[in-house]
Design a protein around this ligand. Sequence first.
Ligand SMILES: CC(C)(COP(=O)(O)OP(=O)(O)OC[C@H]1O[C@@H](n2cnc3c(N)ncnc32)[C@H](O)[C@@H]1OP(=O)(O)O)[C@@H](O)C(=O)NCCC(=O)NCCS
Length: 188
Amino acid sequence: MSSVLRPAASASHAASRPESEASLQFSAMRVADVDVVTRIEQEAYPFPWTRGNFLDSLDSGYDAWVAREPVVSGGRIAGYFLLMPVVDEMHLLNITVRPDLQGQGLGSRLMDKVRDRASAAAMTSILLEVRPSNQHALAVYHHFGFVQIGVRKHYYPAAAGSREDAIVMRLPIVATAATAATRNGDGQ
Ligand SMILES: CC(C)(COP(=O)(O)OP(=O)(O)OC[C@H]1O[C@@H](n2cnc3c(N)ncnc32)[C@H](O)[C@@H]1OP(=O)(O)O)[C@@H](O)C(=O)NCCC(=O)NCCS
């Protein structure tokens, strides 16, 4: 994933979550969403995905979702994520909360949905890459239980034509009875 360094959320943010967080509306990302998603991406990252990257991902059938604020709050896209299943591992390619809404708990709601999607697809783990300089995202991923499993050298473009490593992180998915049955081939 591309990434950006931003200040850590305040310790008290969880206690003062906005009402909108509870009522995020999830829907599959459509081509019609891509212009807005690309604008958010450009605001959120120093090295953003391009419009073409999102369109290619939709063309490839990746599991892509947007989360909207409630209609009474304007119904704007508040965040999005894209997943790519590889055998029994779900790769989290991109997870982004609109910059003006970061640090208010929306990232947790997106990650809950990511875990639901991975679990429903009977995956054993979620994998992601993150820049070592993206201290906020690293702290958030550790908070969710992700553990570093490796480093990809010179993975990301960086300032002045240089490259930055990627930290590879993994979160095991705890199987429910239903997903265990699917993994074992006992499901419907
Ligand atoms: C990374 C990102 C998706 C997180 O979303 P967010 O809305 O800012 O995160 P939240 O406010 O929901 O915080 C997520 C969880 O991490 C916890 N957390 C936040 N900052 C933390 C910190 N410094 N240390 C430990 N835990 C922290 C929160 O308490 C919350 O957990 P909780 O719901 O159990 O309270 C968002 O900041 C973002 O889009 N950043 C820019 C793009 C980016 O870097 N994406 C990731 C690329 S790898």
